[in-house]
Design a protein around this ligand. Sequence first.
Ligand code: PHE
Length: 345
Amino acid sequence: MLSQVDEVASSAHADLQKVTGLDELEAWRVRYLGRKSKLISILRSLAALPVDERRDIGARANQVKNQLEASLAQKKEELDSSVNLSLTRESIDISLPGQPYHLGRLHPTTKTTREICDIFISMGFQIAEGPEVEWEYYNFEALNMPAEHPARDGFATLWVDYKTETGARPMLMRTHTSPVQIRTMEQVKPPIRVIAPGRVYRYEATDATHEWMFSQVEGLAVDKNITMADLKGTLFEFARRLFGTDRKCRFRCDYFPFVEPGVEIAIDCFMCGGKGCRLCGNSGWIEILGAGMVHPEVLRGCGIDPEVYSGFAFGMGVERIPILRFGIDDIRHFYSNDLRFLRQF
Ligand code: PHE
């Protein structure tokens, strides 16, 4: 029996050398020190042995048991520390600076358009849209500018050839967003409160202050009892929300064939506070939009009775706003796709 104990001891030590992981170590423990292991059953059978044999074998078996337990504890420690070591080696150093991403951003025109629209949406206006290639009828005729009307000269027009079997019908690139007023009034009856953002086109040589394509936001409100006071209140509130609550507004007469009366709205220069500077051309005022009460002829043409309903309309250039705010010296920067310019916004 003594030799059996020694065999267990030597094979246990040999097997322990081969153990490389915690799972294997547990299997080793069950095999050599578990309840059903050889060594433990020898220890359990001691009581049945004669006294002198019991003492010798008992002493030896207990010694082996203690050795194995000590080896087990030592091996476990070794394995644990090597696991910890590889965890430390593989861990991520979160203090290392990351790789910067190049994020895309919104175009200054898009940003400004959204900013303008958000203000009017908060006042109860809805977004309307119309085509950029437009019928002459919507761009001019229905806006009280029949053929040969001198006001057409103010809108340098890009004409589009459109021929059908029944003859040609004049088409153009819309010169303003006002045709969306007509399209809206044809489709929905008052009360109407819409804003129409979009691109417009002019047949013009480009320079620092002219582009052949730019953006506008149009507005239209039609209802019973709409007066010039509504126009003033709405646009004054708009100007103050966009340019700051300490802005003053100036309303002056202007002429647009589709409104009567027509006005031009200016704010006091936010650079010099009205004293006069380079930005406002020394006048102290900056023109920001055109507006007026919708002309009765325009309402009638859309099937809205001007004796019952009235409305106001306004239109503004979008690029002009960042040009003023950021002192951009050339409108051509907006669509020349120079990232050095675009990344600044
Ligand atoms: N459509 C005009 C323009 O482009 C602006 C405007 C819109 C004026 C609505 C009055 C009312 O100049």
